[in-house]
Design a protein around this ligand. Sequence first.
Ligand SMILES: [Mn+2]
Length: 273
Amino acid sequence: MLATFALSFLAVVSLTFSQNIYPDVWHAIIDEATVGNKRVFVTGDVHGNLRPFMTLMQQANLLSPDGNTIADDAIVITCGDLVHRGPQSLEFVRLIRDTPNLYAVRGNNDDKQMLLRTDEWTKRATEKDWAFMKQLPYTIRVPSYNSTIVHAGLLPGKRLQDNTVFEMTSMRNIIKDEDCNWEATDDTKWGYNWAERWNGNMHIFFGHNARRGVDADGNPLVNFYGNATGLDTNCGKGVALSGVFMPVTETPKVYSTPCPKPKKTKKPKMFRK
Ligand SMILES: [Mn+2]
């Protein structure tokens, strides 16, 4: 496990020096003028499942009259891991690129594919596609709803702009270090679920946590915490894609649509677990 981590870390570091994947704007804002009276909807990790995404949009009445794009009176934000596993990763990235009212933050799998380009779709991606992916922000703030969308999470007690790439794209739990400060881990065996300890005044919408997004019977489970909402219901591995409207109320309505089981893809050895 440590060796695996060290190897993947080395690979990421060496590639980072040869390839800059970082956006000009890490923390984007959809301002109050842009939101206006529009409905704002947030979805979990799509992982290249374009069809379930469109079905979810239809279910939540978010499609334009011709059914091809997002309705003018809506804003949809998807919380990262746009690609990898599903059959239409590139098509989903292009849909986001070409739809002004469809936004996305980046996830660990988006970063990984930008660096390693091991998926089949990466062979078809053009410079224009890579340029678009490179500019995906790590967070999107929506002041109208005092909310922030991030792929994995934000470290409790830390200022938004001080969060590291690992914290924003890969954290699941937090543990106290020797100085009693929170430290992020992507493991769920130790420490606490960061979202349960989140004490910020912004509501956080996040994904990346499929292990907690499926109940004991295998059904999708959107997690509502004190001031955070976990939306990853494991669409990537054939459970469901879920989403909610802002703001999260006392009795939130969850929209969910089933996702197909992915075909087995060849993983580079260093990421096999
Ligand atoms: Mn993820």
